[in-house]
Design a protein around this ligand. Structure first.
Ligand code: FES
Length: 75
């Protein structure tokens, strides 16, 4: 899966680094992820924004990310 995490300041302030950490963790555990950063998606008020295989997801949390990716991990 191709995943692009918004690196814009609004998403950063909302904790996009937590999303990046979780993605790296999942990749380490064997999930096939191509992770990169992106400039602002223009949906700052709906951040954190993450694009997965071309589709932009808004208001992403670690829990929502796991749902989208279809994985469940212990916190
Ligand atoms: S800062 Fe993330 S959408 Fe604008």
């Amino acid at each position: 899966m191709r995943v692009r995490v918004c690196m814009g300041s609004s998403c950063h302030l909302k904790g996009s680094y937590q999303i990046v950490e979780k993605l790296l963790q999942l990749k380490e555990r064997g999930l096939n992820l191509d992770i990169s950063g992106s400039l602002c998606f223009g949906k700052c008020s709906e951040g954190i924004c993450v694009e997965i295989d071309g589709q932009i997801h808004t208001n992403v949390t670690v829990e929502k990310l796991e749902q989208i990716l279809g994985v469940k991990t212990c916190h």
